[in-house]
Design a protein around this ligand. Structure first.
Ligand code: KG4
Ligand code: ZN
Length: 330
């Protein structure tokens, strides 16, 4: 079963080709350079660029996979959550191809794509786990019981962790997106230089808050005469990472899950990966980190979910709409 998956929920135009569970091609055309001038993603600009880029990205993915469109048995696309005008481009293309070729169409939840990406390529497939999704739009702790059976443990009450990285990056004058740039500068800095708040770390639940942390950086900056960017980045990053690691470990203990699965753009963060590794090792937990290429937005993770759904005999109606606020768990 060969599948073409499309991802256009935000500012990455992505296409992937899978054969069974095997990844044949994964192409991502990033719009970062285009949105950098505005300091963030401009929805109207994003959708117009998806429209221009999607066809060439699909053509490249097929060429890399050594296939033509006639070889594809099913078409999938992200139908939410995300920017409405961006989601419409990918879903319309996948539906159109499905109609033209007389093949099934699968609508995939972007968050399920992230959630299951740590299991991609594992012959054992999706396993019971506690999962942390940390991206630019979401910060969620979820219990995975099995494919399609998820329980929300907690999420952010305000900003997502990636959003906090991006906003602090902007405050510090770093290019968009702030996350990778803060991570890079933090390598040279002292994480104890500034004592930023670890919001809700002792709240006793699995909810997060990152907007206060961003505000403390904002208030501190004018008081510093010669601020060391690396120290600020390292201290801010440490505060985010401490809360994420602490709550994830507590969630694993609470649910008695042995596997900790971590995904989403922020899971590329090298300090988060390091601290999760040592915290899980100390408690005998198995850590499953998504491959860095599958952490930020991509179509391979969408294709993986679509392949699992198809394997269960599922497909989606062509009349199904996008849902910018689609949830992982109702
Ligand atoms: O998963 P993703 O590509 O898009 C969403 O679904 O939101 O995540 C993008 C987010 C951005 O906020 C970006 O700054 C953050 O992931 N990010 C990082 C790193 N790489 C990407 N944050 C911290 N450290 C990184 N190395
Ligand atoms: Zn994402």
């Amino acid at each position: 079963m060969r599948l073409l998956a499309l991802e256009t929920s935000c500012d990455e135009t992505a296409a992937a080709v899978l054969d069974g569970g095997r990844l044949l091609a994964s192409e991502v055309a990033s719009q970062i350079a285009i949105h950098q001038a505005y300091g963030g993603v401009v929805p109207e600009v994003a959708s117009r660029n998806h429209l221009l880029t999607l066809k060439p990205v699909i053509d490249t993915a097929l060429r890399v996979a050594g296939l033509s469109i006639a070889d594809i048995d099913a078409f999938a696309a992200t139908n939410g959550p995300g920017l409405a005008t961006s989601l419409m481009i990918g879903t319309s293309a996948a539906k159109g191809l499905a109609v033209a070729r007389g093949k099934p169409y699968l609508a995939v939840n972007h968050l399920e794509g992230h959630l299951l990406s740590p299991f991609f390529g594992d012959p054992a497939g999706v396993q019971a786990a506690v999962a942390l999704i940390v991206s630019g739009g979401h910060t969620l702790l979820v219990e995975i019981e099995a494919l399609g059976r998820y329980r929300l443990l907690g999420q952010t009450r305000d900003d997502a962790a990636g959003e906090a990285f991006d906003k602090v990056g902007k405050l510090l004058g770093l290019p968009y997106p702030g996350g990778p740039n803060v991570n890079r500068l933090a390598r040279e800095g002292d994480p104890r230089a500034f004592d930023f708040p670890r919001s809700m770390i002792d709240s006793g639940d699995f909810y997060f808050s990152f907007s206060g942390l961003k505000t403390s950086v904002r208030y501190l900056l004018p008081k510093l005469e010669n601020p060391s960017l690396p120290d600020l980045c390292a201290s801010f990053q440490e505060a985010v990472v401490d809360v994420l690691v602490e709550k994830t470990i507590r969630a694993a203990q609470h649910t008695r899950r042995q596997i900790v699965a971590v995904s989403g753009g922020v899971s590329c963060n090298t300090r988060l990966r390091e601290k999760l590794q040592s915290a899980c090792a100390a408690r005998g937990l198995q850590l499953r980190l998504a491959d860095p290429k599958l952490c930020t937005d991509n179509a391979a993770m969408i294709g993986y979910v679509a392949a699992l759904l198809l394997g269960q005999g599922e497909s989606s109606p062509l009349t199904g709409d996008i849902d910018p606020n689609l949830r992982l768990v109702d």
